[in-house]
Ligand binder design. Structure first.
Ligand SMILES: Cc1ncc(COP(=O)(O)O)c(C=O)c1O
Length: 389
């Protein structure tokens, strides 16, 4: 028998912290337990009609059956630039300052390959979207974790980063509105990031996947609205959450043309771009809708209100999010995140994500995703009331 040996880069990926929960979830399902899954941040609502109608037509067109260009169709990039101008008041050159992505995850996962040499640091928020850390490791880089603490509004404190780390850092990942904490960033924070990045010559990668999931009239700003951002950074955008298109795999990166061109070099060698029919549908989405789309936002807002009220009644500590469809919930004393998530699953069949799965600094929290309907959320609250903790 041949011995199948994994590469070191695979071996070094931190253990999959949700494996235990996944196994339990399956066991309970098999036993006939009705599971309410608040674990996965994947919208349950359908993609809006006009987008679906467009892809049906676009699929029929033989010119779309061929390899797309890796950087995206100019029509799609133009639509992204025009949306950006309308939404954020930032002018972008669709030829050099917009790059189509197979979902923002693809760009985030590839950007360290473009800039990180083995041994270089990458500044990664903790807790954070796990791809920043893993993509850094795949490129041979060293993630340096920036703790996001409640007392600091879940923003990293850049002045805590040691000088020698900052000197050897190539990339800084930030993400607002934030997964998993649902925190938001203001302009002064972005100004501090830009000053820091200029000073240390670090490329900023701002993940804005949730820019269009915001409540109570709040409209997140783009990092690129801030003076000096385009010289040192890129921003990742996604159609996934904005238009309920997670399965379609389409997003884009905008910003510094030199950075996008090197990311594009990686892409030319590993993928062949986004299916053009999907790009045509994405173009319609960006032209047709004023974002955030009110119906989508109202649905999450109602769910948020039900859940935050219910959780507080139970005695759990949770901030009312102004953006994202996540709730970041402090766990009661005497439990670890994993123990508490396991308790909720075993006792009442409610799946949540333990905070430490997003990085060590996420310990002490669990995350709930508001991606099930209001009735089920109410049911989840009723069930949680039955637990003594
Ligand atoms: C913070 C963050 N960034 C990026 C993504 C990736 O989104 P997509 O690849 O669908 O654009 C996600 C998905 O959950 C996310 O939570």
């Amino acid at each position: 028998m041949m011995r199948i040996e994994k590469a070191k880069r695979i071996e070094q990926i931190p253990p999959y912290l949700f494996a235990e929960i996944d196994k339990k979830k399956e066991e309970m399902r098999e036993r006939g337990m009705d599971i309410i899954d608040l674990g996965i941040g994947d919208p349950d609502l359908p993609t809006p009609r006009p987008i679906i109608e467009r892809v049906k037509i676009a699929v029929e067109d033989p010119k779309n059956h061929r390899y797309p260009s890796y950087e995206g169709m100019i029509e799609f990039r133009r639509a992204a630039a025009q949306w950006f101008e309308r939404r954020f008041g930032v002018t972008l050159d669709p030829g050099t300052e917009v790059l189509a992505l197979i979902g923002s995850k693809e760009g985030i996962a590839h950007i360290p390959l473009a800039f990180v040499n083995p041994g270089d640091y990458v500044l990664v928020p903790s807790p954070g979207y796990p791809v920043y850390r893993v993509a850094t490791l795949f490129a041979g880089g060293l993630p340096y974790f920036l703790p996001l603490r409640k007392e600091n509004g879940f923003l990293p404190n850049l002045s805590e980063i040691p000088e020698d780390v900052a000197k050897k850092a190539k990339l800084l990942f930030i993400n607002y509105p934030n997964n998993p904490t649902s925190a938001i960033a203001d302009r002064p924070f972005f100004e501090r990031v830009i000053a820091f990045a200029h000073h240390h010559q670090i490329i900023v990668c701002h993940d804005a996947a949730y820019s269009e999931v915001a409540f109570d009239g709040y409209r997140p700003i783009s990092f690129l609205e801030v003076e000096g951002a385009k010289e040192i950074g890129v921003e990742f955008h996604s159609l996934s959450k904005t238009f309920n298109m997670t399965g379609w795999r389409i997003g884009f990166a905008v910003g510094c043309p030199q950075v996008l061109s090197v990311l594009g070099r990686v892409k030319t060698n590993v993928d062949s771009g986004v299916f053009q029919a999907v790009q045509e549908a994405g173009t319609v989405a960006l032209h047709h809708f004023k974002t955030p789309i009110p119906e989508i936002i109202q649905t999450y807002e109602r769910r948020r209100d039900v859940m935050v009220k219910g959780l507080r009644e139970i005695g759990l500590e949770v901030d009312q999010p102004r953006a994202t469809f996540y709730l970041w919930i402090r766990i009661p004393r005497g439990y670890t995140s994993a123990q508490f998530a396991t308790l909720l699953l075993e006792q009442v069949g409610v799946v949540t994500t333990p905070g430490n799965g997003f990085g060590e600094a996420g310990e002490g929290y669990i995350r709930m995703a508001l991606t099930v309907d209001e009735g089920r959320l109410k049911e989840a609250i009723e069930r949680l009331k039955r637990i003594k903790f």
